[in-house]
Design a protein around this ligand. Structure first.
Ligand code: FNR
Length: 181
């Protein structure tokens, strides 16, 4: 059976991002059912309807194709002021347009939120879920993934075993979720 292609979107743009590290940890786990591939959102110009001409920015078009071509989405997001970072919201908006050409629709998804604080970016996780309702990405409900105290989890550069085990549990559940579609 062909593996399903899952686009991984990371809400943090910084190199040493804990969200990126957590995504990489999950991507390092073996899967016979899904392929995880990071789709970069760093260089997407801010969404502006005036640019929605016959020739929109090339990076928008390339990003839209990648989102359309994926079988599902896995988001890793930090929390900025109790919401998702603007770069991630921008990416969601770009692939939802032009009107009538929503690239996300009717696909499965998952959200992992990672923060250096104890709350595990709960606010960003649910802010993202709000937009997913409208763009029609069907998010896995359980297990939820709010990973807090991220700096401590990577002490010495290696992720602690408990969190590795949790990421594995999450990935197996996500494989099941994707298989339902
Ligand atoms: C933050 N941070 C943060 N953390 C949190 O738990 N709740 C919040 O509301 C905020 N707000 C916030 C705003 C802005 C502008 C920044 C830059 C940061 C801290 C944040 O969790 C921390 O920087 C993480 O390390 C970001 O994730 P990455 O970049 O490590 O993936």
């Amino acid at each position: 059976m062909d593996k399903k292609k899952i686009a991984v979107l990371i809400g943090s743009l910084r190199k040493e991002s804990y969200n990126r590290k957590m995504a990489k940890e999950m991507m390092a786990l073996p899967s016979e059912r899904i392929d995880l591939e990071i789709v970069d959102i760093a260089d997407l110009p801010h969404y502006n309807e005036d640019l929605e001409t016959e020739h929109p920015p090339k990076s928008w078009t390339a990003f839209r194709e990648k989102i359309k071509g994926a079988d599902g989405y896995l988001f890793f997001t930090p929390e900025y002021n109790r919401g998702m970072p603007s770069a991630l919201k921008n990416a969601i908006d770009i692939a939802s347009r032009p009107y009538g050409h929503n690239c996300w629709a009717a696909k499965p998804g998952g959200v992992v939120s990672v923060s250096i604080s104890a709350l595990g970016a709960f606010g960003a996780n649910h802010h993202l879920r709000q937009s997913m309702v409208f763009v029609d990405v069907l998010l896995m409900q359980q297990p939820e993934a709010y990973i807090g105290n991220a700096a401590a989890l990577f002490e010495g550069g290696t992720l602690v075993q408990d969190t590795k085990d949790f990421l594995e549990k999450y990935l197996r559940a996500f494989e099941e979720w994707v298989a339902k579609f």
